[in-house]
Ligand binder design. Structure first.
Ligand SMILES: NC(=O)c1ccc[n+]([C@@H]2O[C@H](COP(=O)([O-])OP(=O)(O)OC[C@H]3O[C@@H](n4cnc5c(N)ncnc54)[C@H](OP(=O)(O)O)[C@@H]3O)[C@@H](O)[C@H]2O)c1
Length: 317
């Protein structure tokens, strides 16, 4: 079968002919119809991820067909019993275990769910990893309520956009940041109340200091400013560090104003089930930025690296 593999760290992904997966006990072989990129896939090709196995098939998001059923895969493997944190042997589909950028995958049955019926194949492919991460950080970690005022930074990101859609569906007043006015306008069209362009490094100075919840994946030097625009008692949920380490965090601002900074990663099986139910109940449709074929895989990676996307970059198999 055909698959996108990482031949060598630092080289683009390559479409190669690989052996069909072998069915193991407790697994099923799903015929994959579509998958989607996450920033993780790009980090892996650059060697910026632990445990990289050259020759592995990339891809964490996948939808396909099993015995005539349209199915969607949970990419978080072996979360374990503790809802608070994943087990030591937790793993993400698509490195080191073979992922979804292939025609078929062998996957344990417990990670196979019915695809929400209101979604197209492409929309469903966009959902798993980013939807799960957004759901956990927003709902399970920050315990966001409909009365909360929410800021999501970097709205163009795959996870960030789900956080916007989920918070809007919940009934929150949602604001965003982005490098692009066009992306802010698109977020507003999805129900956000407004946005700020972070290319202006003083953007936070024009913001009212009243966010109950902030969802961030940028980190870096600008994270310190998020604390200044929180309400006392606010929660800042974060799941990424695109800009690296925090700098100049002021502990006085944090403890006196009772602000929580909550780290979050992917989500438990329960989070995945809850996320699918939430998407189904609110008939949320993931935003698909673009669709490439498996053969065009390296172009899809280039698009993600360029950062001009709004929504998920999907591969149709
Ligand atoms: N912990 C987890 O479970 C988990 C899960 C998924 C992702 N992640 C991490 O989260 C990050 C985003 O992942 P993704 O897949 O959503 O990536 P993505 O789709 O490529 O999105 C990255 C986004 O970051 C935003 N960004 C860039 N510079 C920024 C800045 N200075 N301030 C605020 N936002 C900025 C951009 O938003 P604009 O385009 O709007 O400017 C961009 O769209 C990555 O670091 C990834 O590794 C972690």
């Amino acid at each position: 079968m055909k698959a996108l593999t990482i031949e060598k760290v630092g080289s683009p992904v390559r479409l190669t002919e690989v052996d069909m997966p072998v069915k193991r006990e407790g697994h099923s072989i799903v015929k994959l119809k579509a998958s989607a990129l996450n920033h993780r896939d790009v980090w892996i090709t650059k060697g910026m991820y632990p445990g990289i196995k050259e020759g592995a098939i990339l891809g964490s998001d996948g939808v396909g067909v099993l015995d005539g059923r349209n199915v969607i895969l949970n990419p978080g493997l072996r979360w374990g019993e503790n809802e608070a944190v994943q087990a030591d042997d937790f793993e993400v589909l698509g490195m080191p275990v073979d992922g979804t950028f292939a025609e078929y995958i062998s996957i344990p049955n417990e990670y196979i769910y019915d695809q929400p019926e209101h979604l197209s194949i492409e929309q469903a492919a966009a959902l798993p990893l980013a939807g799960l991460t957004a759901y956990r950080v927003l709902m399970s970690r920050c315990q966001t309520k409909s009365t909360d005022k929410v800021l999501v930074t970097g709205t163009g990101g795959g996870v960030a956009l789900f956080a916007v859609q989920f918070a809007v569906a919940l009934g929150c007043d949602v604001y965003v940041t982005s490098r692009s006015e066009e992306k802010i306008a698109k977020a507003v069209a999805l129900g956000a109340k407004g946005g700020y362009n972070y290319k202006d490094e003083t953007w936070y100075k024009e913001v009212e200091t009243n966010f109950d919840v902030i969802i961030d994946s940028a980190g870096g030097a600008s994270f310190q400013h998020l604390i200044k625009i929180c309400k006392p008692g606010a929660r800042i949920g974060f799941y990424g560090a695109t800009l690296g380490k925090y700098q100049n965090l002021n502990p006085q601002l944090l403890f006196w104003r009772q602000i929580s900074i909550l780290g979050s990663t992917m989500g438990s099986d329960q989070d995945f089930r809850n996320m699918l139910a939430f998407v189904d109940n609110h008939k949320i449709k993931p935003i698909v930025d673009s669709v490439f074929s498996l053969e065009e895989g390296s172009r899809a990676f280039e698009r993600m690296e360029a950062g001009t996307q709004f929504g998920k970059i999907v591969l149709k198999h």
